[in-house]
Design a protein around this ligand. Structure first.
Ligand SMILES: [Zn+2]
Ligand SMILES: [Zn+2]
Length: 394
């Protein structure tokens, strides 16, 4: 099944929606305009609209022509990033310091395109829920929607997600069963020593020296205590201390991010960070306060659902563009919470080669509009394949 003709016919409309959203980026939980736009379009298409989950979340519900108890949920994200945009085109961000640098503008437009087509044709049996979530970029909007009853208000047997990915072959679908994206925890370590005159270090307990030892020691979690066949990232990305060249600081603060796939390893890394931090601080006579900030859990695809998703991708773009069993990524994704609640699958849609550094989260990134009919066709064909009319009980 190639690109759905009817969807290709409104490629220009999807491009216009996408560029409108791109020009007016909104950060997590503040997607008021975007949410209005999405709800307005769904309403125009004749789809029942629910608003208010996680604040700006929107859910559109559509019944097929045939009745069935089966239901699936399709999810897109709507938020932009707090970063400047370097692009000069006419639909570049009109809001300084905010940018659609991850392509959620495109994800929203693709799902709207599928919704329009499915509302016109309704060539399926059962129910599809179009879920537009706020705050994917760190705010956990997907978790808030689930916690506020997403799947009790909108019961679904399965849930699916899709993310564009520069650097992967254009129009390809990729992913894997099992862990696909990492857990994204954060750590804060506050070391308290004893400040004083830098010319008399023996009268102080220098938290900078202790922090330096600790940064080095924390690297041994990945290199010495974790099975080399497992994956872990321990990145200390912040080190703040001091106010003058001739003053030894009283405190130093380290911050960083921890990425894992394996829940057992995730707990063990936290325990190791606590042990190394308190042990090293104690050895130097300092104290330490450790704050572990749990982030998104790992995004784990369910085997049966990823098979179905790949089956649809394969009929859409062919064998060579269906990249099964690709390596997992150390980035995180709050679709993880939906996959904890329901069986489902998350795939990446290749956006083509990266020219001039146009990767996700870069100042000159832009969603590739040529993907819009491919993504929308994938969504539409997923619904028609998973909720077939011929198996309906009527
Ligand atoms: Zn992102
Ligand atoms: Zn993203």
């Amino acid at each position: 099944m190639p690109i759905t003709n009817r969807i290709a016919e409104f490629h220009d409309d999807m491009t216009a929606w996408r560029r409108d959203i791109h020009a007016n980026p909104e950060l997590g939980f503040e997607e008021y305009r975007t949410s209005d736009l999405v709800a307005g379009k769904l309403g125009e298409f004749g789809i029942t609209v629910h608003r208010g989950l996680a604040g700006t979340g929107v859910v559109g519900t559509l019944q097929g022509r045939a009745s069935s108890d089966r239901a699936i949920a399709l999810r897109a994200d709507m938020d932009a990033l707090p970063m400047p945009e370097a692009n000069q085109f006419d639909y570049a961000s009109r809001v300084p310091g905010k940018m659609h640098g991850c392509g959620h503008d495109g994800h929203t437009a693709m799902l709207l395109g599928a919704a329009r087509y499915l509302a016109e044709t309704r060539n399926f049996a059962g129910t599809v829920h179009f879920v537009f979530q706020p705050a994917e970029e760190g705010g956990g909007g997907g978790k808030v929607m689930v916690d506020q009853g997403l799947f009790s208000l909108f019961p679904a047997d399965e849930v699916y997600g899709l993310h564009n990915m520069p650097g992967l072959p254009f129009g390809s679908f990729s992913g894997r069963a099992g862990p696909m994206m990492a857990a994204t925890d954060r750590i804060d370590i506050e070391i308290t020593g004893k400040g004083g005159h830098a010319a008399y270090p023996h009268r102080t307990i220098d938290p900078v020296v202790i922090g330096a030892q600790l940064v080095t020691a924390l690297q041994t979690i990945a290199s010495r205590t974790t099975d080399p066949l497992e994956s872990v990232v321990v990145s200390i990305t912040q080190f703040h201390a001091g106010s003058a060249d001739n003053v030894i600081a009283e405190t130093a603060r380290l911050g960083g991010t921890i990425r894992t796939f394996n829940p057992v390893l995730r707990r063990s890394v936290e325990a190791q960070i606590r042990a190394l931090s308190s042990g090293i601080a104690a050895a130097f006579g300092a104290t330490v306060e450790i704050t572990w900030r749990p982030g998104y859990p790992p995004t784990v695809n369910h085997a049966a659902q990823i098979d179905k998703a790949f089956g649809v991708a394969q009929s859409l773009v062919g064998d060579s563009q269906t990249l099964r069993d690709t390596p997992p990524m150390m980035a995180g994704e709050d679709f993880a919470y939906m996959l904890e609640a329901k069986p489902g699958a998350y795939l990446c849609l290749g956006a083509g080669p990266i020219d001039n550094g146009q990767a996700l989260h870069q100042v000159n990134y832009d969603f590739n509009d040529a993907l819009l009919p491919i993504g929308a066709s994938y969504w539409a064909q997923l619904v028609e394949t998973l909720l077939p009319r011929d198996s309906a009980g009527q």
